[in-house]
Design a protein around this ligand. Structure first.
Ligand SMILES: NC(=O)c1ccc[n+]([C@@H]2O[C@H](COP(=O)([O-])OP(=O)(O)OC[C@H]3O[C@@H](n4cnc5c(N)ncnc54)[C@H](OP(=O)(O)O)[C@@H]3O)[C@@H](O)[C@H]2O)c1
Length: 345
């Protein structure tokens, strides 16, 4: 028996607040072999979600008809759900899982292949679980996959108060690495980021700020830089890297292309690389993916890795959620809390 439920979907790419609709969708289509039906519990609003809806992401939407005549695309790249029904022997009713590869977490119910889910094992708050897929793993991969860091190695990062930046800071502390952090409004962030484990926090205010930061690294230089801003900020990060160091670009919040100096690249033998979690998720073996998420979930479950939450909204209040998610200088993630929006028969 198919019942109706609701999901956030869009029929054409554009500004999220204009194109996204709260629509009726098939609530319980019959499951195929290996499929699992989830009752979604929570899902965050990430920059990537908004870029995807705008048509400015590495993955294009596919539009298909559901109960409405107009073909629409699902939304929501990550989230946590509870298994309602399973045709995959690895998942049983009542288990909490996160969605690793399927799209459409901004919905009350989601059907996904068991292969695209991760069983949380560990007991953790649903809202923290909903944010486990993207930011913690992005931080962890960038710290593991580019440079062999040693105890006490320095890592430089801009947008250090972003969700990813805060994960980088906390994981670096757990691993014995040190962070020199650059943020847009330093005065408000120092205490907060230091409490997460940041060693040094500076205003991202031009090359002089970066040179001043360098003066406080006890004669050392960062061997790894993580760039989520682009433009001049990226060039400044590169300027303070050690010879042979690597800058990994994973975001472009300033909407300006990375500006880097040719001579710095050549004479200091620097590397400028890119990272996209989707590539890693597509290419890593399922054993590695499961092992690495198990490590991160242990940190989250034990409270060693915590993501700040700004506010949670019912799905139907998506306009408020989008507006809040796009306000600058927030200190945490905006989420959808589906428990408060389910349409009960
Ligand atoms: N490549 C990947 O696999 C991957 C994975 C996760 C995230 N990302 C990307 O990483 C970036 C950060 O994501 P997030 O979820 O961590 O972000 P977030 O928590 O939403 O925070 C956004 C950050 O960007 C800063 N910011 C906003 N506008 C800016 C501007 N014009 N100039 C400089 N800084 C600006 C904000 O600073 P204020 O606090 O001062 O406003 C804040 O630090 C995004 O571009 C996202 O798409 C990429």
């Amino acid at each position: 028996v198919s019942t109706l439920s609701h999901a956030l979907r869009f029929a054409t790419p554009g500004p999220p607040s204009k194109v996204v609709q709260y629509l009726p969708v098939q609530g319980s289509p019959p499951l195929g072999p290996g499929e699992v039906r989830l009752r979604m519990l929570a899902a965050p609003v990430n920059p990537a979600d908004l870029n995807f809806i705008q048509g400015a992401y590495g993955r294009a939407p596919t539009f298909a008809a559901d109960v409405t005549d107009t073909p629409t695309s699902p939304t929501g790249i990550e989230g946590c759900g509870r298994v309602e029904e399973s045709r995959d022997p690895r998942f049983a009713e009542g288990q909490h899982v996160i969605v690793l590869r399927a799209l459409g977490t901004w919905s009350e119910f989601l059907v996904a292949r068991g292969d695209d889910l991760f069983d949380l094992h560990s007991d953790m708050p649903v809202q923290q679980a909903a944010m486990l897929k993207i930011n913690p793993m992005t931080a962890w991969r960038m710290l593991r996959d580019f440079v062999a860091l040693e105890s006490g190695s320095w890592i430089a990062l801009n947008a250090a108060n972003s969700g990813v930046g805060r994960c980088v800071i906390q994981i670096a502390r757990l691993m014995g690495w040190r962070t020199v952090c650059f943020v847009r409004n330093q005065s408000e962030r120092v205490v907060e980021l230091q409490s997460l484990g940041a060693d040094l926090v500076f205003e991202d205010a031009g090359s002089e700020a970066y040179r001043a930061a360098l003066g406080q690294l006890e004669g050392k230089r960062p061997v790894l830089a993580l760039n989520a801003v682009g433009g001049l900020s990226a060039g400044n990060l590169l300027q303070i890297l050690d010879v042979g160091g690597c800058m990994v670009t994973y975001g472009g919040m300033s909407l300006r292309n990375v500006q880097i100096s040719t001579s710095q690249l050549i004479f200091r033998n620097l590397q400028a690389r890119g990272f996209w979690l989707s590539h890693w998720l597509s290419n890593a073996s399922s054993l590695q993916v499961a092992g690495e998420y198990a490590r991160l979930s242990d940190w989250v479950a034990s409270g060693k890795l915590v993501q700040a939450i700004d506010q949670a909204y019912p799905l139907a209040d998506f306009q408020f959620a989008f507006a809040r998610a796009q306000e600058p200088y927030r200190t945490g993630r905006v989420l959808f809390d589906m428990e408060s929006s389910v349409v009960r028969p």
